[in-house]
Ligand binder design. Structure first.
Ligand code: ZN
Length: 496
């Protein structure tokens, strides 16, 4: 079926002036971008976009759908306190609960104008065929495109930070030492099964791998992921130098930076995305850029967790492909890509007083569309409104309060829009959101179902909550102390 979206204005990488244009769609793909009113024949369905600004669906370069039930559970948590609490906040996830959680995150993304994401599905203690199938089903049912990477570790959080266990009182030390992570070959065997049996349409859903954090994974694990990804032509995403504590582990454990270590292991290539990458130095940026790798910049999460401010300007100037993400609900806590894009523009401005060093609205917009598409390994498929790209289109209502008066369309989208101006969202030429609401979803039923699950989880996780709460003071003390130690990269602002 052919459709012509007519009467709208267009905003996409390389065409950022919001000029009028019509879009011809053939099936799920954009066939042509045409001057307004061009004749395309009679057998084409007309879609009226009068008073609408058309932009590519935003793309979330980093999230965790299985943590969507954890939104608004924590206030002043650093990354290390978040990781410590995971057995409680992420515990008791059956496949059906993973489905529900991922569906909630996907519905929020879609309703707020995001049409694809890179999901590091928390599969701790170990990945499972049923869990990953549930995550894929959730995206399939909502209609979002997703790269789905099981997030895995073969080292426990307490062991991963040098000196942490030794700093604990005897009773806690015993408990921490008794914890065991799943051996990597067990996790990898499950990943191999999942990848080899992947039956989903790869234009919609793709598998990838996420050995979560360098020092939470043995070198053997990282190398095995590298080889499995290479054998199947899939992506790898890892959290890299997200906090100063993590960055400080690099020289202590590997005698180099975390990126330097991954580079030595041969992990960094065009299929590699580093999430956060806050505490990376100039050499690290060079290694990532020269290898054609991407960074998923998550400014909201970075500020919520007090992780520091990623050097987006420097990364762009060095030639790294920059995408934008929200991160999961344990740290962001929403899944609003308009907000993430705006924060990427804003937070670049706290580095210093020279406006020429700040991210422009155009750079933030292109990072959240074209850049994120590259991070997903879908740079030739999504992220732009141009011939050959999928028809993933957000229709913004220019009569919404966000566009009155209408000045520069691009600046409205980056600095004003928060998702409330969305009229329709199309994925692959199909309208999934109308009047700002996702079609066919009974929200009160979803709320009731989720409330029941949360009551069940509170009971299941009561022991895990007590367990992690006992560790909280010692993790806090040790990690805050460690973060005071000198490092040659500076990413905190407002000293003193
Ligand atoms: Zn993350």
């Amino acid at each position: 079926m052919k459709q012509l979206i007519q009467g709208g204005r267009l905003l996409t990488a390389g065409r950022l002036d919001g000029a009028y244009a019509d879009i011809l769609i053939d099936g799920d793909t954009i066939a042509a971008v045409l001057p307004p009113g061009e004749n395309v024949g009679a057998d084409v369905k007309r879609v009226d976009a009068t008073g609408r600004l058309l932009m590519p669906g935003l793309i979330n370069a980093h999230t965790h759908g299985t943590t969507a039930l954890g939104r608004a559970m924590a206030d002043r948590w650093s990354l290390e306190l978040l990781l410590n609490a995971y057995p409680w906040t992420g515990g008791g996830r059956t496949a059906e609960i993973k489905y529900l959680s991922t569906r909630i995150g996907a519905l929020e993304m879609l309703s707020k104008g995001c049409t694809a994401c890179y999901d590091l599905a928390a599969e701790i203690p170990a990945p499972s065929v049923e869990g990953l199938d549930a995550v894929a089903r959730a995206y399939h049912d909502v209609g979002l495109r997703a790269v789905i990477a099981p997030m895995m570790a073969d080292t426990t959080f307490y062991r991963a930070i040098p000196g942490l266990i030794a700093s604990m009182p005897a009773e806690l030390r015993e408990k921490a030492e008794a914890m065991r992570a799943t051996p990597y070959d067990v996790s990898l065997a499950i990943c191999r099964t999942v990848i080899e049996n992947w039956a989903w349409d790869r234009d919609k859903l793709r598998p990838a791998l996420a050995p979560t954090i360098p020092h939470h994974c043995t070198d053997d694990f990282i190398v095995a992921c590298r080889d499995l990804a290479k054998a199947h032509g899939i992506g790898v995403q890892m959290h890299v130098a997200e906090s100063k504590v993590q960055a400080l582990v690099g020289p202590r454990k590997y005698d180099t930076t975390l990126v330097g270590h991954l580079h030595k292991l041969g992990m960094i290539g065009p299929n590699f995305t580093a999430a956060h990458a806050i505490w990376i130095d100039d050499d690290d940026m060079g290694r990532l850029a020269d290898a054609g790798a991407s960074v998923a910049h998550n400014p909201g999460s970075n500020m919520k967790l007090g992780s520091g401010i990623g050097a987006a300007r420097k990364m762009l100037d060095r030639g790294i492909n920059l995408g934008v993400g929200t991160d999961g609900c344990l740290s962001s806590d929403n899944q609003n890509m308009f907000e993430a894009m705006r924060m990427a523009a804003f937070v670049s401005r706290v580095h210093g007083p020279d406006p020429q060093q700040w991210l422009t609205a155009a750079e933030a917009f292109e990072a959240a569309t074209k850049g994120s598409a590259g991070a997903l390994g879908m740079g030739n498929l999504i992220g732009q409104l141009a011939p050959g790209f999928k028809a993933d289109i957000v229709f913004l209502d220019l009569t919404s309060i966000n566009y009155i008066p209408l000045n520069e369309p691009l600046l409205h989208v980056v600095f004003v829009e928060d998702g409330t101006g969305i009229d329709r969202v199309m994925v692959g030429g199909q309208v999934l959101v109308e009047g700002g609401k996702v079609n066919g979803v009974d929200m009160s039923r979803l709320a009731d179902e989720t409330t029941a699950v949360m009551e069940q989880l509170a009971k299941v996780n009561v022991g895990a909550k007590d367990f992690v709460k006992a560790f909280e003071p010692v993790v806090l003390d040790y990690c805050v102390g460690l973060a005071r130690e000198p490092y040659h990269v500076h990413r905190f602002c407002g000293h003193g």
